[in-house]
Design a protein around this ligand. Structure first.
Ligand SMILES: NC(=O)c1ccc[n+]([C@@H]2O[C@H](COP(=O)([O-])OP(=O)(O)OC[C@H]3O[C@@H](n4cnc5c(N)ncnc54)[C@H](OP(=O)(O)O)[C@@H]3O)[C@@H](O)[C@H]2O)c1
Length: 292
C-alpha cells in the first residue's frame, strides 16, 4: 500500500515514516518544509495538496500537518482555522476523490479537562482555539466513512534539535536553565515511535472512527519532568513546579485531562507502555549510542 504522510518533517510524521516502512508500505512524505526527498505541500492550498496526491496515489493518507503551537493558535485564530480546519477540509476532499483512507491526528485538547481521563465517547468541549480547530478538523475528517481519528497527547521522543517537551527539558537541564513545569496539568505522555506503530497497526486492521492512543501512565507534567530527569540522569533541581495560572500562557489548558485506552486494549489486545518504560527505552538507546 502507498502511504502519503502530510507533515512528514514533524515529530509524529517522521516516526510514522519509519513505522510505515517497517510494515512494508511505500512511503511518500510531504511537508511545508520537506526533507530532501520529500514533496512540498501546504495543506491550506488545494493545488499543492492535489499535486501531492497525484504523485503519491495514496491508499492511505496520514494528516499530521497542523498548527500545533497552542498559544500561537490563540493569538492568530485565523491562521489556526486556515491550517487546522481548511487544511483538513481540502485533504478530506482529495481523499474522497482519490478513494484514499484518511488518518487524522486529534488531541485530548478537544476536552475541557474538568473530569478526565476521557474515553472516545465522552462529549468534547474545547477551551482553546487549538482545541476547537482540531475538533472541527476531526469532524470534517470523520465525515469520510473510512476515516480514523487518533487522539493523543504530550507526544515525546528523543530528537535533538526538536522542541517536544522531553527535548525542551533535556536542553534546559544540559544548559543549566531552570524550567517551570505545571503541576496541575494531567495527561498521558506518549512515546512517538510507539504512537506511530499503533497508528499503522490500526490502519492495517482496517479500523475506522476514533481511537485514543496514549501512554499508559496518567500524570501531571511536573511528575513526568522529574521522572524523565531521574531516568535519563539529568539534574532534577532545575525543574520547578508551578500552577498553570502562574505561567501566563495565552490559551487555557484542559487541566484534569488524559485519555483512556480501554477500546484499544479490547480491540488490539494491547496498548502503549507507560512513561517509565518508554523513558527507559530511550535511556537504553542513548547508552548504546543510537538515536531514540
Ligand atoms: N505533539 C503533541 O503532543 C500532540 C498531541 C496531540 C495531538 N497532536 C497532533 O498530532 C499531529 C502531529 O503533531 P506533531 O507533534 O508531529 O507536530 P509538529 O512536530 O509541529 O509537526 C507538524 C508538521 O506540519 C508542518 N506544517 C505546518 N503547517 C503546515 C501546512 N500549512 N502545510 C503542510 N505542513 C504544515 C509543520 O511544519 P513547520 O514546523 O514548518 O510549521 C511540521 O513539520 C498534529 O495534528 C497535532 O495536532 C500532537
Amino acid at each position: 500500500m502507498r502511504a502519503l504522510i502530510i507533515g512528514s518533517s514533524g515529530q509524529v510524521g517522521s516516526n510514522l515514516e519509519r513505522a510505515c516502512a517497517v510494515k512494508g508500505l511505500e512511503v511518500y512524505g510531504a511537508d511545508i518544509k520537506p526533507a530532501s526527498k520529500g514533496l512540498y505541500i501546504d495543506v491550506s492550498e488545494p493545488v499543492s495538496v492535489r499535486a501531492a496526491f497525484e504523485t503519491a496515489q495514496p491508499g492511505v493518507v496520514f494528516l499530521c500537518a497542523a498548527m500545533t503551537y497552542v498559544d500561537g493558535c490563540e493569538k492568530n485564530p485565523a491562521l489556526a482555522e486556515k491550517i487546522n480546519v481548511k487544511g483538513t477540509e481540502i485533504t478530506t476532499a482529495c481523499c474522497r476523490e482519490a478513494g484514499s483512507k484518511l488518518v487524522y491526528l486529534s488531541t485530548e485538547y478537544v476536552f475541557d479537562g474538568k473530569n478526565g481521563p476521557y474515553s472516545e465517547t465522552d462529549a468534547p468541549n474545547p477551551v482553546s482555539v487549538y482545541g476547537r480547530t482540531k475538533l472541527e478538523g476531526e469532524r470534517l475528517a470523520l465525515a469520510l466513512k473510512s476515516a480514523l481519528s487518533i487522539r493523543t497527547t504530550v507526544v515525546y521522543s528523543y530528537a535533538p534539535g526538536e522542541k517536544n517537551f522531553l527535548m525542551q527539558l533535556i536542553d534546559a537541564a544540559r544548559s543549566g536553565v531552570k524550567m517551570r513545569v505545571p503541576k496541575d496539568q494531567y495527561s498521558n505522555p506518549t512515546y512517538a515511535p510507539e504512537l506511530a506503530e499503533f497508528m499503522v497497526e490500526l490502519v492495517l486492521k482496517n479500523k475506522i472512527g476514533i481511537y485514543n492512543v496514549v501512554g499508559a501512565e496518567r500524570m501531571e507534567r511536573y511528575s513526568f519532568a522529574l521522572k524523565a530527569c531521574e531516568i535519563l540522569g539529568l539534574n532534577t533541581s532545575l525543574i520547578e513546579p508551578a500552577l498553570t495560572s502562574e505561567l501566563g500562557q495565552t490559551a487555557a489548558r484542559p487541566l484534569s485531562a488524559g485519555l483512556k485506552t480501554d477500546k484499544l486494549k479490547k480491540e488490539l489486545g494491547r496498548a502503549p507502555l507507560g512513561a517509565s518504560d518508554s523513558l527507559s527505552i530511550i535511556k537504553g538507546l542513548l547508552s548504546n549510542g543510537r538515536s531514540a
